[in-house]
Ligand binder design. Structure first.
Ligand SMILES: [Ca+2]
Ligand SMILES: [Ca+2]
Length: 286
């Protein structure tokens, strides 16, 4: 997240909608957990996202009950390990929206965009290349535009906000993840101040470009609600060697002045170019 956004971003960064994508083909050992035990995952705000238990994804509520405060978490930026800390038991929070979440105390401050996982495997088996240079980011724009063209859609003022490349499944072909929107910092500020604004014409999306297949498709896109996406991390949260994509959706409407709101969790999976809604992240749970 860029510096200019910090003030606003702090007030909205809890309005998250977690989407974890598991981009994979069927696993050879499907149904057989690779790692036994409890493996919670937290974001940089010390909030529980859920986690893996005996190879299965549990949501935050299910996971909260299993934590005993003895778990050791390793923290990662998008590209490297940055520290280690013991996490407390999960403390339930009720947000201003009426929804619930779980907070863990680590006794340390974490940088934005970090994530933590209590796991013995390396969640970054392949290190993403994260693009920050404006020219590099702009070079991904034609890809998003061609995808919109294909669907006969036109978005004014589109730009690329985040982009990274990584080989998600380790087949030697790089995938590219592109976050694009036409929402500018000034829009975020204006909408945050005057929540009654019924803004229209805004668009935000996350595109996955499978370089090997030379095909691109939307992992997420939204032109109805005023919200924007970000991809704080891509990592292997279940230790199967295939990296999942974590997508945060931040709503700009109905931002509470105080307190937090946590939006519904959606768990989806990509298979080839098909996007499937799943109850849980991993196929052995459906
Ligand atoms: Ca690949
Ligand atoms: Ca994985």
């Amino acid at each position: 997240m860029k510096k200019g956004l910090t003030l606003v971003a702090v007030s909205v960064s809890f309005l998250i909608n977690m989407v974890l994508w598991n981009v994979s083909n069927a696993r050879a050992n499907e149904g057989q957990p690779l790692f036994r035990g409890i493996h919670p995952v937290v974001n940089s705000c010390h909030r529980l996202l859920g986690g893996i238990v005996d190879g299965r994804w549990l949501n935050q509520e299910e996971m909260a009950k299993l934590l005993n405060g003895e778990e050791i978490y390793k923290f990662y930026s998008q590209t490297k390990e940055i520290g280690e800390a013991r996490g407390s038991k999960a403390k339930k929070e009720v947000y201003i929206s009426g929804e619930q979440g779980y907070f863990l105390n680590f006794g340390l401050l974490l940088p934005e965009e970090a994530f933590g996982i209590s796991a013995e495997w390396n969640p970054l088996p392949r290190v993403p290349r994260v693009y920050t240079n404006q020219l590099d980011l702009a070079s991904f724009l034609p890809l998003v535009k061609s995808l919109l063209d294909r669907e006969d859609r036109n978005v004014d003022g589109l730009y690329v906000k985040e982009a990274l490349t990584v080989d998600l499944e380790g087949d030697g072909q790089l995938e590219t993840i592109i976050v694009s929107t036409n929402i500018r910092d000034k829009d975020i500020e204006a909408i945050s101040k005057e929540r009654s604004i019924l803004a229209s014409g805004f668009f935000s999306s996350v595109v996955l470009f499978r370089n090997g297949a030379s095909d691109a498709f939307f992992l997420a896109d939204d032109s109805k609600l005023v919200s924007y996406y970000s991809v704080p991390f891509v990592s292997d949260v279940d230790g199967d060697g295939i990296m999942e994509v974590y997508i945060v959706k931040t709503s700009l409407i109905a931002i509470p002045t105080f307190g937090f709101a946590l939006m519904d969790e959606q768990i989806l999976k990509v298979e080839g170019n098909q996007i499937k809604m799943m109850l849980r992240m991993f196929t052995n749970r459906t």
